[in-house]
Write a protein that binds this ligand. Structure first.
Ligand code: FES
Length: 584
């Protein structure tokens, strides 16, 4: 048997490898652990070489991730080449478009399952394979909690589909075209004809939605091989990067380079800068807060505004701009973007390579400045997420100025309130609804606890008769989220949410709502004495779900508000990779 104190195998020290707590030694337990794993593995698979888990979110019901098994094969090849042992580890997979009531309800469950599986099994490092919106955040939350050496391989966006000669941005164009149907400017048959052209290939949404954003931010955080984010899913270079990531995972196990050394306050700062320059999804706010929470890194909602608000928007991509992810990759990808804002990045922040992020920007080139703008010619000068406070959101709300209408960023309008999504659907197009383009549409009961799961419904559609008049944006306010592919002057994540007694629960039709993004305010202009007497709306309370069992019950009992990343309260903080008890 191996003497774990002294033996060296290649670059790694046997004693370092936690898998040796299972496989090292000559007792009955080690016998059992080795024997059941043999099935083709040679003797030297147990000699102390790193065992690398491939946390794989492939699933036919997560169509954006259905190709990940092929990527896993390339990762495996890389792990073998570097002298490690690759092990496929299927993960809970969340398909954004398929799951009801919302995939976000299970992000924390997926993260918890991944954390526990990684901790419970004899693995020394992990390659994280994700793509669709919640999958990369859940894997990063898990990796942060268990703090095993880890590297992300994003599954990549799909290629650009075209319809009748024009490119289609998936997500963004669904919202746009469906509104055109409601406005009467597009025939329903034409809308339906675009359906088969929307998804051209394997991969996740090709806009700068949540999946693309979280892949890019994984790179900005230092958790991927530099240059991989945005590589289209069918591009053979992604398989090469996956292979290199497999090799790197073995190196990470040898170097004991863990997420806690990569994911520092500096790397989160870099991610916030990148989020602004990309015009990325507002969902990144809740995901980054949750990941930071798992590590005990101090990150607050206000950091997004402080760090990101002065950062220029450089990437001309849907939903804030015109291009799609295939163009982004061709134009130079993340490295080109980061090079433009290099002076704003933390120079100390490390990546999984062991070098700093800024070190990797030396040779970055922008190949198409119409897609990735030079710093001196931004699409917008102050593009980051704006964090609003006021008597409608004492703990904060967010708005993405890059996706909003400039003329609505300062606005006063009377509230038209919906108590639930069902209420919205029932009344929005009612000819009797008293609404005009100056109104502020309020949708409540859609926060983490209320819905439950904080769904992407906050970009509520506009009333049909206003669309027919040519109105394409109105101020909307909600405690829910919106899809990263959506756009509009939408104030999101209002905290605390209405369901836990947040002030949105008190708003009534006709109340004047005042949005002032430059001043970072969101208020209702109701006399204080009147406001103090208000009670939460009965109809909203009646619409709230009250789960009695299972995950939903656990979630509702423990989920925190959006300003804390909507994680479960008992999952905050890292637990590490230690397992104290034997199984036999
Ligand atoms: Fe999966 Fe958009 S639905 S990334």
């Amino acid at each position: 048997m191996v003497d774990r104190r002294v033996a060296m195998r290649g670059a790694w020290t046997v004693a370092q490898q936690r898998s040796q707590h299972w496989y090292g030694g000559d007792d009955r337990n080690a016998f059992i652990h080795r024997a059941w794993m043999r099935r083709g593995l040679p003797d030297d698979a147990f000699d102390g070489r790193p065992h690398i888990a491939i946390a794989n979110t492939a699933s036919d019901l997560t169509p954006c991730n259905s190709h990940l098994d092929e990527i896993a094969t390339s990762v495996k090849q890389g792990v073998w080449e570097a002298g490690g042992v690759p092990l496929n580890l299927p993960m809970v997979s969340l398909g954004e478009t398929q799951m009801r009531p919302t995939a976000m309800l299970w992000r924390n469950m997926a993260a918890m399952a991944a954390e526990e599986l990684l901790r419970a099994n004899p693995v020394d490092a992990v390659v994280l394979l994700g793509g669709c919106d919640k999958t990369i955040p859940a894997l990063l939350m898990a990796a942060a909690s268990v703090d095993l050496p880890a590297v992300v391989v994003p599954g990549g966006p799909m290629l650009t589909g075209t319809f009748r000669g024009a490119p289609l941005g998936c997500g963004t164009d669904v919202w746009r075209l469906s509104e055109e149907v409601r406005a009467g400017t597009l025939a329903r048959e034409d809308f339906l004809a675009s359906e088969s052209a929307m998804i051209r290939s394997r991969g996740h949404c090709n806009t700068m939605g949540t999946a693309s954003t979280m892949a890019c931010l994984s790179e900005a955080l230092g958790m991927t091989l530099p240059g991989v984010a945005g590589t289209p899913a069918p591009d053979s270079r992604l398989l090469v990067m996956a292979q290199h990531s497999g090799r790197l995972a073995v190196e990470l196990a040898a170097a004991q380079r863990r997420p806690s050394t990569v994911l520092t306050r500096g790397s989160f700062r870099n991610a916030i800068v990148a989020l602004a320059a990309l015009g990325g999804s507002t969902n990144a706010v809740v995901h980054l807060l949750a990941i930071a929470g798992r590590l005990g890194v101090e990150l607050t909602l206000d950091d997004f505004d402080r760090t990101g608000s002065g950062v220029p928007l450089l990437v001309d991509l849907h939903p804030a701009g015109r291009s799609l992810m295939e163009d982004f990759h061709r134009a130079g990808g993340m490295l080109a973007v980061l090079a433009q804002v290099r002076d704003l990045l933390d120079p100390q922040a490390l990546t999984v390579t062991g070098r700093t992020l800024v070190d990797h920007l030396e040779d970055a080139v922008t190949w198409d400045p119409t897609v990735i703008r030079p710093r001196e010619e931004p699409l917008q000068s102050d593009a980051g997420i704006a964090v609003l406070r006021g008597n409608l959101a004492p703990d904060g709300a967010v708005v993405k100025p890059a996706a909003a209408s400039a003329h609505l960023l300062r606005h006063r309008g009377r509230a038209v309130v919906f108590d639930s999504v069902e209420d919205l659907k029932a009344r929005l197009d009612d000819p009797g609804l008293d609404v005009d383009e100056g109104c502020v549409l309020v949708l409540r009961g859609c926060g983490p606890r209320g819905y439950p799961g904080m769904p992407e419904v906050a970009n509520l559609p506009l009333p049909e008769r206003l669309l027919a008049k040519g109105v394409r944006d109105m101020v909307r306010v909600s405690d829910g989220r919106m899809s990263g592919t959506a756009y509009g002057t939408v104030v999101l994540h209002a905290a605390p949410e209405a369901a836990v007694g947040g002030p949105l629960a008190l708003v009534r039709d006709g109340d004047p709502v005042v949005l002032d993004v430059p001043a970072r305010r969101l208020d209702v202009d109701v006399p204080a004495a009147d406001w103090a007497r208000r009670e939460p709306a009965e109809a909203m309370l009646a619409s709230l779900a009250a789960p009695t069992r299972g995950w939903e019950r656990l979630y509702v009992d423990h989920v925190m508000q959006a300003d804390r990343g909507a994680d479960l309260d008992f999952l905050v903080g890292s637990s590490g990779d230690g397992v104290i008890r034997e199984s036999h």
